[in-house]
Every structure is written in C-alpha cells, then in structure tokens.
Design a binder for this molecule. Structure first.
Ligand code: ADP
Length: 586
C-alpha cells in the first residue's frame, strides 16, 4: 500500500486497540471465510472433470455425482458466508459502540474552551459517521484479507495446478494495475477529507435550525437558511460525485487488465488444445478459476481506496481522542475544604481569545456568609467571573481563592461540589422532574427532594404536572414558564446544599407575583451562605451586603448601596441608567 496515505498507522492503532479482545471471534470468522474460499476453488477445480468426464468421455457416473457435489459446495459456501458475515458485523458493531463510548467519555472531560472551538455539528459527526468508519475499516480488512485474498489465493492454486506456465504469465499483469491504484488512492484521500468537512456543515446548519427555529420564523430567515443548507448539501453532493468518479476509475483499469489476462489465456490454451491435442478440461478449470477470481480481485483492488476513505475519518476521531483531556482529574490534588466560604479574586487577568482581555487584574472579595452583588454594563465581565470561579476557564494570571485555598490547587470535583449555580438559562436534561432536581447527587431521599421543592416554592406547581415529580421534562416542552424553570433551578440549589451560591439573575422581567415568590425563595436559599449575584434587580442590589461595580474587567467601586449612592460616582450613574424609573418610584 502507499506510504503517503495515513492508512497503516490508523490500521495499526485500530487493531492494536481492539484486536486482542476480538481475536478468538476473528479466528472463527476466518475459519468460515476459509470454507467460502475453499468451496469456491473446489468448484473451479471440478470444471476439469465436468468437461473431461461428462462432456468429452460422457461418463454417466460422473453425471450423477458431479452435480450433487457442486450443489453441496455452493450450499456450504452460502452457509459459511452467512456465519462469517454475522460474526464480523457483530464485532464491528461492538467496535463502534466502544469507540463512541470512549469518545463521549473523553469529550466530557474536555474543558469549555474545547467545545467553544468546535461546532456541535463537528462533534456530532465525529460521534456518528467517523465512529462508523472504524467498523467499516475492520470489516474491509477482515473480508478483504480473509475471504477475498484467501479465495484469490486458492483459485490461483487451482490455476497453477492446472496450468503452471499460463499462471506465471498472469502474475506479470499485477504490478501495472497496482501502480494505477496508487495514483487513485492519493486523490481519494483528498476528496474524503473535504467530504467529511462538508457533512459537518450540513449537521451544523441543521442544529442551528432546530435550536433557532423561533428566531428563524419570526425574522423570516427561511430563505437564507434554505440557501445556506442547499449550499452545504450541494457541496456534499459534488464531493460525493467526485469521489464516485475517482473510485470508478478503478473499473476501466481492472477490466483492461482482466481482458488482457483472459485473452492471453484463451489464445495460449486454445493453441495448445488445437495443436497438441490437450484435453479441454484443464483449460476450462483454469478459465473458471480466473473468472471466479475476478470479483474478489476487483474488491481487493478497491480495498485500498476504501481503506483510505475510512482512515481519513478514523484519523479525525483519533484527533479528538488525542487532544489531552484538560479536566481529567488528578487524584493527587487535595480536596477543597470550605470552612467559612470566603471568595477572593486576586489580580486575576483573563482573555477568552488571545488578544481581547476581558478581566484586567480584577481583585475583589466576597465575604463569607454574605451577599455580594456584581453590577456593571453588559460585557463588563460579570459572567466571566462565574466562569473562572467554577474553573470552566483558567485565568492567564493572578489567582482565585476560596478560604485561602487557590482553586487551581484543589481537585475540580471538590471545587464544583461546593458551589451551586442558579442561572438565567435553566438547563434541563432528558428525564423526569425529580431526576432533574437530584442531578448527580447520591442517596437523596424523597423527603429531601420535596423539602427542597417546597423551599423553592416549586412543590405546588410540580404536583399539578400530569405525573407530578415523575413527569418527563421532555414531554413538558415549552410548558414550563420562565418563573417555574427558575424555581426548579433554585430547588436544585437547595438540594445541593452548597456553601457558595452563584446567582445569575434573569434579565427579563417576571410578573410581580412570580418575582415576589422567587425573591422569597432566593432569600431563604442565600441566607447564611456566601452568595455572589449578578444583579439586575433593584431589590437585589439594595439588599446586598457589598456591591462591586465592574467596568472593563476591573472593579471600579465597592461598598453598599447607600455608600455608593452617596459617592455619586460610577454606581450612582449606573443605578440611574438601569433602575431609573424604579428608583424614582421607590
Ligand atoms: P457580562 O456578564 O458582564 O455581560 P461577560 O463576562 O459575559 O460580561 O463578557 C465579557 C466579555 O467577554 C464580553 O466582551 C464578551 O463578548 C466576551 N465573552 C464572553 N464570553 C465569551 C466567550 N465564551 N468567548 C469569547 N468571548 C467571550
């Protein structure tokens, strides 16, 4: 095979990772492949007797046993092919399942940056199409090297036994065809890569559509989306056509080679029969073997091209698997021990992308057991503070301390266990309401769930759902209102019972009754716990123990509401801007 195609390293790795587990089953599959190959070769071999005994000698006995043996051979071949195919498919499916689980597991341990840098369409394609390629490659190799190669070899043995000289002539045709293949596989490799990338585009556009369907409809973006999708689909179509054209070039190459081989065989064998009076049986056995070898040979010659396509895809999968899992927990890091729950940012700087700083030596303290409000214009870095505190992203310089332990030095799971996030967009996974409340917590009693829901003022509406706590969230669709989702999120935080609460207040206004309920729920949640809140409501800032005003990733003012208003500085201005009307009323 060609050295420039990434085929062999990929094959080696795939086999290295999977072969040991599957060797016994492959051995059984190979055994049945050998039966397929053997019965094919025997059929060709029998052609000699068919011609010589039945047709030339007109032997009646041969007329009885030969058809029986031939029928038997074909049945054996069919049966063996069946078992071999089922076995191989099962192994292949298991390999796909294994790859997919491994990939997903790996992705879960990647940080947020990894997901931000890749479209979900890309990751979905890796998971589906690329993982399937692993099965295809193993099957191609097993069938190619096992059945087809065995068949070709045994047919060649038949030919060699029938006519050694003629067989030697055939070997000469081989290298020419191999050179042609080599050229083709280079092109296939190129096209295969672009094909996968275009498929990723299709998946991405589909995802955008399902997620943004309401926006698409209300802004009448249908035509634009249609064009975008059509362009992606057509790109895949074009590349598919190109791929087919490249791969189909194998055919003229092979047919020419086959034509030459058969023509040479007919000419030479015919001449020998005519001039030397050799019986025609050997020749027919030879030709039968040659013709039977045609199909497996054709498959074998395409094998390289198909392997290249698979290898390109599997390589993409390995690229993800080889990206170091940033969050792979090191057992060596000590646990975070929260005694009081003081959070301190110390000259923390950070940028999402290389050149735009978001936090500039940000320093502030959120005192233990108190409520700290972060206020600032949109884009000032408030959400980023939450992201860094949960170690979703890492600061470029400076540090973040919880009770004087740098969060970079403690284990991730212990850090995240100590915090509960109540955010504006409440994520619900497939499962019942109860499962969504409990999340990853272990050994949670029914009483605890109900108590948390009560404390969040969620119990009442949950009970009114069709199946109460057992209602699947998926079936609710959009039926949960913003306020209800928010209360579920608060109930979750109650259950988690973490000493530090991160609260991202909803920007959209709720009706005053709902707002009042949520406010009461939040007060009992945050009471006594260290709370950092991204504040949008006047009531929240008014009740906060400390307010930090953020501007361009820095704290520009700190104090409580009265102090800051008295100072008549940045906060007072922001206050008028954000709460102008409300403040005037109160
Ligand atoms: P706030 O919560 O105060 O509105 P953010 O912390 O969300 O502000 O954002 C601060 C800045 O960082 C903004 O300029 C925003 O565009 C940028 N930003 C936020 N999240 C990301 C991200 N995931 N990738 C790149 N830039 C981001």
């Amino acid at each position: 095979m060609t050295s420039d195609a990434p085929v062999w390293p990929v094959v080696k790795r795939l086999f290295g990772e999977h072969a040991r587990e599957y060797i016994p089953r492959y051995a059984v599959a190979f055994f049945f492949m050998a039966i397929v190959a053997g019965s094919t070769a025997l059929t060709a071999w029998l052609m000699r007797d068919v011609i010589n005994d039945v047709f030339v000698k007109q032997d009646r006995q041969a007329l009885t046993w030969l058809p029986l043996v031939i029928a038997g051979l074909f049945m054996a071949k069919g049966f063996a092919a069946y078992i071999q195919e089922v076995l191989l498919s099962r192994i292949g499916n298991q390999i796909v399942a294994h790859m997919q689980k491994r990939l997903y597991d790996h992705m879960l341990r990647m940080d947020v940056k990894f997901f931000q840098e890749r479209s979900s369409g890309e990751l979905i394609t890796r998971m589906s199409t690329n993982a399937q390629a692993a099965r295809e490659m193993m099957n191609l190799l097993a069938v190619g090297l096992g059945r087809d190669l065995l068949t070709v070899i045994s047919l060649f043995v038949v030919m060699a036994l029938q006519d050694p000289l003629l067989s030697c002539v055939l070997i000469v045709v081989g290298p020419g065809a191999a050179y042609g293949m080599r050229q083709l596989s280079r092109r296939v490799k190129k096209v295969a890569g672009s094909e996968v990338n275009s498929m990723i585009q299709v998946v991405s556009t589909m995802r955008e559509t399902t997620q943004g369907i309401r926006i698409i409809k209300s802004f009448q973006l249908e035509d634009k989306m249609r064009e975008q999708m059509a362009a992606c689909i057509e790109a895949v179509q074009r590349l598919n056509n190109k791929m087919v054209a490249v791969k189909a070039r194998v055919n003229p190459l092979l047919e020419a080679a086959a034509g030459l081989a058969i023509a040479a065989a007919v000419a030479y064998a015919g001449w020998r029969t005519i001039s030397h009076g050799q019986s025609p049986g050997e020749f027919f056995a030879f030709i039968a073997a040659l013709l039977m070898a045609g199909e497996p040979l054709r498959r074998l010659s395409r094998l390289q091209l198909q392997l290249v396509t698979c290898a390109v895809q599997i390589k993409m999968l390995y690229d993800v698997l080889d990206t170091p899992a940033v969050e792979a927990e090191t057992q060596t890091k000590p646990q975070l021990v929260v005694r009081r729950g003081e959070v301190r940012f110390d000259k923390t700087s950070f940028a999402y992308t290389d050149n735009t700083p978001v936090l500039n030596e940000l320093s502030f303290t959120a005192p233990a057991g108190k409520t700290t409000a972060l206020v600032g214009l949109s884009g000032s870095g408030k959400t980023t503070v939450f992201n860094l505190l949960q170690d979703l992203w890492r600061p470029s310089s400076g540090a973040i301390y919880i009770d004087n332990q740098s969060i970079a030095d403690v284990s991730l799971s212990s850090l995240r266990r100590q915090m509960a996030l109540v955010s504006q967009d409440v994520f619900m996974f497939e499962g019942t309401v109860r499962e969504n409340l409990v999340g990853a917590l272990k050994d949670v009693s029914e009483d605890a769930v109900i108590a948390a829901a009560r404390a969040a003022h969620a119990d009442e509406f949950i009970r009114r759902l069709p199946q109460g706590y057992d209602t699947p969230v998926g079936e609710l669709g959009g039926r949960l209102s913003g306020g209800q989702r928010q209360r579920l999120s608060i109930a979750r935080a109650f259950l988690k019972d973490a000493p530090i609460i991160l609260l991202d207040e909803p920007t959209s206004a709720l009706d005053s009754e709902t707002e009042r309920i949520i406010q009461t729920a939040l007060q009992s949640l945050t009471g006594g716990r260290t709370t950092i809140v991204i504040a949008h409501r006047l009531a929240t800032v008014a009740q906060a123990d400390v307010i930090h005003v953020l501007d361009q990733g820095r704290v520009v003012e700190s104090g409580n509401q009265a102090e800051l208003l008295r100072r008549d500085g940045r906060y007072a201005r922001l206050h008028r801007l954000q709460f102008g009307d409300l403040a005037a009323q109160s």
